[in-house]
Design a protein around this ligand. Structure first.
Ligand SMILES: [Zn+2]
Length: 131
């Protein structure tokens, strides 16, 4: 993150960072913006809906990259989203057949079918957070 922001600054490039999953990463974007850089970022719906407790329950069906994190991280991501530090929420839709999600953590497909859930997430949990 810091390297990409540094290189964008040195070259005068716009920068868009994808799939951010930690508040600390968002804070780097905010710092860069406050310094006048043209930096935007997005995160994915699953970082606002799933946490590592659920990973214990559903296993490799929740495997994604970056990985889901703990509930405290999720709550801080919601705060970053609701205060406008995150420019958008995406699905990071990466479909596969169910058999590809089986096996060990290193064998299972790393993507998820979030195209069908991200809008619902925003309209339910997201709406409740701002209402
Ligand atoms: Zn992706």
């Amino acid at each position: 993150m810091r390297r990409a922001i540094y290189l964008a600054k040195e070259t005068g490039c716009k920068l868009h960072l994808c799939h951010l999953s930690s508040p600390e990463a968002i804070e780097e974007v905010t710092k860069a913006r406050n310094d006048g850089q043209d930096v935007t970022c997005e995160s994915c719906g699953h970082y606002f809906a799933l946490d590592d407790d659920q990973f214990e329950e559903i296993g490799t069906k929740a495997k994604c990259s970056p990985p889901t994190r703990n509930k405290d991280n999720q709550n801080r991501m919601w705060a970053k989203l609701l205060n406008g530090e995150i420019d958008g929420i995406t699905s990071d839709h990466s479909p596969c057949t169910p058999d590809l999600k089986e096996g060990g953590i290193f064998d299972a497909w790393g993507g998820n079918l979030h195209c069908r859930t991200v809008l619902i997430l925003c309209l339910t949990k997201g709406f409740k957070s701002v209402a």
